[in-house]
Design a protein around this ligand. Structure first.
Ligand code: LCS
Length: 399
């Protein structure tokens, strides 16, 4: 019997069967956790050749590890990229990427609604290295054009944006990037390759906080970059080797395992989120619901064009200001009051005082991250239980 042609497989099959097959060393169907810091050389000459890069193989886990490689291979495969590079966190991936692309005196253009940690890196840390992150409203594409000059090294877009679920047109951004011969970087954390394929839309590099849907179980912190092989090799040498923000073999293994169920988890996250978004839209104590799948979402048309589904994140405003939002968050019983997202468990948090507290009050207002905005990461529980929980908590808010 001829072997199944994995290249023709659909996404859910790719998630399960992956790019790697069985472990070549042992035949293990599940990739082993190569929990080893170092790897023995066959001879002194062999070690020297590995160090010179004349021979492929493993040397030391900071420079590469088979479990880490399995995760990278799988992510490159699922995103449709040439290669990938795993990091110890999403922030390690993003900071390494920016340092790899920019030198002192350079700048880059970024969408202004970002995860609060990314914004903090861009607005507070990078200026210390004389790198200017120009955070602009990328919903108006002319703002991107206008911010670009001869020292601009990349365009960085988070879409859907955390926490407002703003959707930026990737294809249109990629045309601007091409015109200026600079790479377009997309943070694909909220969608995952299951719902959005930025490389197919013209982007050049993808970053993820793999902590979220990629792992899916809330038990790992990790990041990954996907792009051209040559660039990934350069990044590995310059940034993993010298800056050292590597992923551990155990965490890489948890992510490989998480990816096997990515398709079914994303389907269920979306199904549940749709039901909750509709429920919240009609609730008298809720003002605005931001979910890209709703036709009332201001960028629904762009979402429909570039995403094959809308994910599991919802933000909404509770009538009655900050106090009403706090009452809701303190009253839920099934949702966990916690940051992070993309877990099988449903989570609830307050962006203005938690994940996005790195923004100034003025910026929060400008971006629509209001005092009464609550963000939920919809898990894979029974949606009726989730609705009942929100319902009992909303009932406790005095109108
Ligand atoms: N990109 C996005 C879109 C994120 O949401 C996060 C973290 C990161 C990058 C950074 O990844 P990390 O280093 O945490 O793996 N977002 C978080 C959030 O919304 N709540 O807690 C963390």
């Amino acid at each position: 019997m001829s072997k199944f042609n994995i290249n023709k497989a659909r996404f859910a099959t790719l998630c399960v069967h992956g790019s790697g097959g069985v472990d070549p060393a042992t035949g293990a169907l599940g990739i082993p956790i190569y929990q080893s810091s170092t790897f023995a050389f066959k001879s002194a000459e062999d070690g020297a050749a590995l160090f010179l890069g004349e021979k492929e193989g493993y040397v030391y886990t900071r420079l590469g590890n088979p479990t880490q490689a399995a995760f990278e291979r799988e992510m490159a495969f699922l995103e449709g990229g040439e290669a990938a590079l795993a990091f110890g966190s999403g922030m390690a991936a993003i900071s390494s990427l920016i340092f790899a692309l920019c030198r002192s005196g350079d700048n880059f253009v970024s969408s202004d609604t970002l995860y609060g940690g990314t914004h903090n890196l861009f607005a507070d840390r990078l200026p210390k290295y004389d790198i200017d992150a120009r955070e602009i409203n990328a919903l108006d594409l002319s703002n991107i054009e206008n911010a670009i000059d001869e020292r601009t090294r990349l365009i960085y877009i988070e879409t859907p944006a955390n926490p407002t679920l703003a959707i930026i047109d990737i294809e249109k951004c990629s045309k601007i990037a091409k015109k200026h011969h600079i790479p377009l970087v997309i943070d694909n954390t909220f969608s995952t390759p299951y719902f959005q394929k930025p490389l197919q839309l013209g982007a050049n590099i993808i970053v993820h906080s793999a902590t979220k849907y990629i792992g899916g179980h809330g038990d790992t912190v990790a990041g990954i970059i996907i792009g051209k092989k040559e660039f990934m090799n350069e990044l590995r040498a310059e940034y993993l080797r010298d800056f050292g923000g590597i992923i551990s073999p155990l965490n890489a293994w948890l992510l490989v395992r998480g990816l096997k169920t990515l398709a079914v988890r994303m389907e269920r996250h979306q199904e549940n989120a749709f039901q909750l978004a509709k429920y919240l839209s009609f609730h008298p104590k809720v003002e605005n619901v931001w979910y890209p799948g709703l036709s009332t979402h201001p960028h629904h048309d762009i979402a429909k064009k570039q995403m094959s589904g809308y994910g599991g994140m919802i933000s909404f405003e509770v009538k009655g200001g900050r106090k009403a939002g706090e009452k809701l968050m303190n009253s839920v019983k099934l949702f966990t009051l916690a940051v992070s997202l993309g877990d099988v468990d449903s989570l609830i948090e307050h962006p203005a005082s938690m994940t996005h507290s790195t923004y100034s009050a003025e910026d929060l207002k400008k971006l629509g991250i209001t005092e009464n905005l609550v963000r939920i990461s919809v898990g894979i529980e029974d949606p009726s239980d989730l609705i009942e929980d929100l319902s009992q908590a909303l009932k406790l808010i005095k109108s």
